[in-house]
Unconditional design. Sequence first.
Length: 361
Amino acid sequence: MSLQIVGTIMLTTHAHQTAPDGRVGNKSDTIKSGMFCTDGRRRQIPFITANSVRGLLRRCAADRVMDALDTPISRQLFHCLTRGAASRSGIGAEPTVEGLVEGQRNVFAGLFGGGPYMLHSRYGIGPLLPAVSWLGHILHPSVRDQAINVENLTYRDADGNVRDIGLTTEIILTGKDDLMAGKGQDRIENYQQSLSEWLAHVTDGREAKAKKKAAEKVAKAEGTQLDAAAAAGASSDLMGFNFIEAMLPGTPLQFWLRLKPLATDAQVGLALMAVRDWANRNEVGGASARGFGRFEARLALYDDATQVSPAIFRPGDHATSYELSDDVAVYVAAAEKALSELTIEALEKAYAPMPEAKKVA
């Protein structure tokens, strides 16, 4: 048995995940990777990393565990549940037989792994790739018929040449300063003095930023490094703007979570519950507080190539709430039972407390 949760999450707003080197000035590029497409061309394709989705799912499941325990837990256990490790140095401990056995059977630790013993996870998940016909050869078979056709991904320019339509766009985010806009006179104490001091502060910051840009230009031309004084220049102006590169609303992203054959029914159920809770939180990528990364989930459950459930969620208004369907009830019931029987003692066998590092005097 190799169960898989497969389908698409359809973006209903723009989505963005900052690239490792994507922040330049006031522009933030979304993460992309070169991928070889069905026509043999190599294209830069935007995506959401698997690691970021794993983190979201882990935290949703950790909330389920802590709700079930209904009692305060140690800082180390909290971080093992939500982050996978109590600290950067709190991994690589010599495992015990008791810890490994509990880690394998435990509804949470067996599914998500981690902790000081670096327990193996019993599921894997791929990146959220745009479901477009260019990537048809690497999409799950059930997703291919939902992919955007190549005819809708290209256009002909004035010379008749076929060009790609971009999968991203730029969004501008602007910052306002109500004080500089003439507001606050009746609300700020010592208004004139405060305004005068703020104007001077903003002006100094703008001048420092201008000097920094000029110094950077000279340093680049001469192949040298900025000195500390020049590098420190920064503006305090609140009236700024930033550009964010983002994927377009309406883009279907492939979701493909594969549970390993050793996963128990309870662990499968917890994975389903975590996906459901994540769908209800409805956020993927960054800038969710600004409305980015909302989506509609259309997911099915497969056992290898056999469809177990055409939809893991009940039909309804998914903008309001997602509820798991009766098709997966046996797994959910197993997870709920395991959660009700879970104890801190059992979790601390799998995620053994480690001695806290002491500060060197």
